[in-house]
Design a protein around this ligand. Structure first.
Ligand SMILES: Nc1ncnc2c1ncn2[C@@H]1O[C@H](COP(=O)(O)OP(=O)(O)O)[C@@H](O)[C@H]1O
Ligand SMILES: [Mg+2]
Length: 353
């Protein structure tokens, strides 16, 4: 998939921009605080309703305005995608038809982002890595979305029963278990599929380390999910919620046989996050037969020039449509300007093509 055109209105310091995009590479160059990151955030908002920098709409709407707008034309499936967001109201249009759910836009636009906080994927809470896995599953595994909504619905019902010590909890538990097993299988298979890409990308980007990934299913030992749930009935009743299951799963990252969270430098965390995202976009391309879209904000942050170049090489290999920001006069800007790309210069929120 790729965006052919984009229109951004009243988004942070951008008043209005109408731009023709390159199917492969788009470079956004400007001084600090010009509006480069804002441009990338607008694309993210069109897909997910929030950006990699904030989930607060009020921060995204231009000061003094009531609503922001992002519209784009997606070239693979040939759809016009639009979002209008006021502080408390969102309007979504696909080919001029109103849609109720943000996930409809997310299905049309698979956006991944690499940004100065990407290291959170390694260092952050398990929820960050669950979001990573579930982003992939949402796009490449047809059943995942329905399984996951069924699971969360049942989990909520069981937790409500546990909270009031209602014996009905066991009815919900019996229903929860098989769906939890399905989700576990889907996630495990997904990680298995990613492994060959992870190994390849790691050898290219971090050849001197050993990097391993393990899916932690969210309950201990070799027990089935129902066995784990049964073992914890007393505990869960005391606590008033279900204390194990796919909602607690994690992706364990191991660097040279040690927990990556405990031993990695910030730079290593960033490289590992990049390896994970790049591998995911390759898997996406193979399974969907068209590429994803990747936003890359400020690649130079904490990566040496040599590393930036290695990541760039792998980025181009994904065949994704890529949006990259770079500071005026930086080496990265120079490298990127020499590519076959659309280059945008941003100044005080004005984007010039
Ligand atoms: N809601 C908003 N309304 C108006 N300006 C904003 C808003 N949010 C942020 N800004 C300003 O927009 C400018 C551009 O920010 P940003 O896109 O992060 O710049 P860059 O990535 O080029 O350094 C900054 O000066 C910032 O203060
Ligand atoms: Mg920025």
């Amino acid at each position: 998939m790729f965006l052919e055109k984009i229109c951004i209105k009243k988004f942070r310091n951008i008043d209005e921009a109408n731009l023709e995009l390159n199917q492969k590479t788009n470079v956004i160059i400007g001084e600090n605080a010009a509006g480069k990151t804002s441009f990338l955030e607008a694309i993210d908002v069109l897909s997910r309703g929030r950006s990699f920098r904030t989930n607060k709409t009020e921060n995204l709407i231009k000061d003094g305005e009531n609503q922001l707008y992002v519209g784009a034309y997606e070239g693979t499936n040939k759809k016009k995608l639009e979002i209008e967001k006021a502080k408390k109201k969102t309007k979504i249009l696909i080919n001029n038809k109103e849609e109720a759910k943000q996930s409809k836009l997310a299905e049309e636009l698979a956006i991944q982002s690499i940004h100065p906080n990407s290291h959170g994927l390694v260092e952050g809470a398990p929820s960050e890595r669950r979001s990573f896995m579930d982003w992939g599953l949402f796009h490449v595994e047809q059943n995942f979305k329905n399984e996951w909504s069924a699971y969360t619905r049942l989990l909520k019902q069981r937790n409500e029963a546990l909270k009031i010590k209602d014996s009905e909890e066991s009815v919900w538990k019996e229903k929860l278990a098989p769906i939890g097993e399905n989700i576990t299988k889907l996630r495990q298979n997904y990680i298995d599929d990613l492994k060959e890409h992870l190994i390849y990308t790691q050898q290219e980007i971090m050849p001197d380390v050993e990097l391993e990934f393990y899916y932690d299913k969210g309950w201990p030992g070799k027990n089935s999910f129902i066995e784990a749930l049964n073992e914890r009935v007393k505990l869960d009743t005391e606590r008033g919620y279900t204390s194990c299951g796919p909602q607690n799963a994690d992706l364990k990252i191991v660097l040279n046989k040690k927990d990556a969270q405990k031993v990695c430098s910030r730079g290593q965390q960033k490289l590992i996050a990049n390896i994970m995202l790049l591998s995911q976009s390759k898997d996406f391309l193979i399974k969907k037969k068209y590429p994803s879209i990747i936003l890359v904000d400020d690649l130079s942050a904490e990566l040496t020039l040599e590393m930036q170049e290695k990541v760039l090489e792998r980025l181009f290999e994904t065949k994704s449509q890529i949006f990259l920001t770079a500071l005026n006069d930086s080496v990265l800007a120079e490298v990127l300007s020499e590519m076959d790309a659309n280059v945008f210069h941003v100044e005080h929120g004005e984007i010039m093509q």
